[in-house]
Design a protein around this ligand. Structure first.
Ligand code: CP
Length: 334
């Protein structure tokens, strides 16, 4: 299996098989096997993580594989990512050698490297993670890049299928929410593609200053259409929530952050009221609340919603383990 950098090009049958396999692992419960005994994976984290790191380590271990985690700035050399760099500064090791060496040790690699938030086109092309994968001579799993978070998307789809039992073609709302910082777009991008693969009628609700990338939305629209769904955009959260079976909340920075961060912040602050409240959820069709975590309580979502019966955020997190077991099995053919 090639590297998993995103699921935008995956066939629908491969997607369905992966999600179903994740749900099967979930239903089987905590199970330790040795199907991947003798295999190994090295995980490189350039950014912080709770769920991705722990669930990927456990996924590999529960399949019998060996796993090593390297965290940038914690006992590993500082990596240089710029091609042609004259390395007379702080960075000690070029990513070319680092990934070249790790490829000779491990059967697969994982990389987390967030958006630069300074170069939109570089982030949109997922330049850093693609560079990592181009250097690697073993398959690479994207553990959240500038543009995509495929492992989160797989877990989210598994959580939805386990919750609703059968595939839903009803309304899925991906809602922007206020956050004090301009966050990357990887999760909303992948959540939108995921909902399109699941055949939902998707509404992306956001202030007009914070719409997602038009090319990404167009891609999701094509995928949704081929699965009997649709993608629309709205700047009215309450109207968007009307009749929804899922409200997936996520904060992301507006595209203005790339050329004018102060303007983006002002636009974001003007929309502090974009928060998932009981009022919003009352508009839904007994809808479920979803979030990838970590979440800022009473900023993105009210306690009354996240502590209530509609919230399935912990199931999403649990599915990270099962989804990644499915991914590793497929990658290694075990
Ligand atoms: N959802 C997610 O990727 O969580 P972490 O950032 O904690 O890994």
């Amino acid at each position: 299996m090639p590297s998993i950098l995103n699921f935008s090009d995956i066939s629908q049958s491969d997607w369905n098989a992966l999600v179903d396999r994740a749900v099967a692992h979930y239903r089987r419960g905590k199970q330790w096997t040795d199907v991947a005994k003798g295999k190994s994976i090295g995980l490189v984290f350039m950014n912080s993580s709770l769920r991705t790191r722990t669930s990927m380590e456990l996924a590999a271990a529960q399949l019998g594989a060996h796993v090593t985690t390297l965290v940038s700035g914690e006992g590993v050399w500082g990596f240089e990512w710029t091609k042609g760099a004259v390395m007379d500064g702080d960075t000690a090791e070029h990513i070319t050698e680092a990934v070249g060496v790790l490829s000779r040790y491990y059967d697969a690699l994982g990389i987390r490297a967030f958006a630069s938030k300074t170069d939109y086109e570089a982030d949109k092309s997922d330049a850093k993670v693609r560079m990592f994968a181009d250097i690697a001579t073993v398959p690479v799993i994207n553990l959240e890049s500038a543009w995509y978070h495929p492992c989160q998307a797989l877990a989210d789809a598994a959580a939805i299928r386990a919750t609703f039992e059968t595939r839903k073609t009803n309304k899925f709302v991906l809602s922007w929410a206020y956050h004090p910082r301009a966050l990357p777009m990887a999760v909303p991008n992948s959540a939108l593609l995921m909902a399109a693969h699941e055949g939902f009628d998707v509404t992306v609700a956001s202030p007009e200053t914070h719409t997602l990338d038009p090319d990404l939305v167009a891609q999701a629209r094509n995928i949704a259409a081929s699965n009997g769904g649709s993608v629309t955009e709205s700047s009215d959260l309450h109207a968007a929530a009307d009749g929804a079976v899922v409200v997936y909340a996520k904060a992301w920075g507006g595209r203005a952050q790339y050329d004018d961060p102060a303007r983006e912040q002002a636009q974001r602050e003007a929309n502090r009221n974009w928060r998932i409240t009981e009022d919003v959820m009352r508009n839904t069709a007994d809808g479920k609340f979803m979030h990838c975590l970590p979440v800022r309580r009473n900023v993105i979502v009210d306690d009354a919603v996240i502590d209530g019966p509609s919230a399935i955020h912990l199931l999403q997190a649990e599915m990270r383990l099962h989804g990644q077991k499915a991914l590793l099995e497929k990658m290694w053919g075990v």
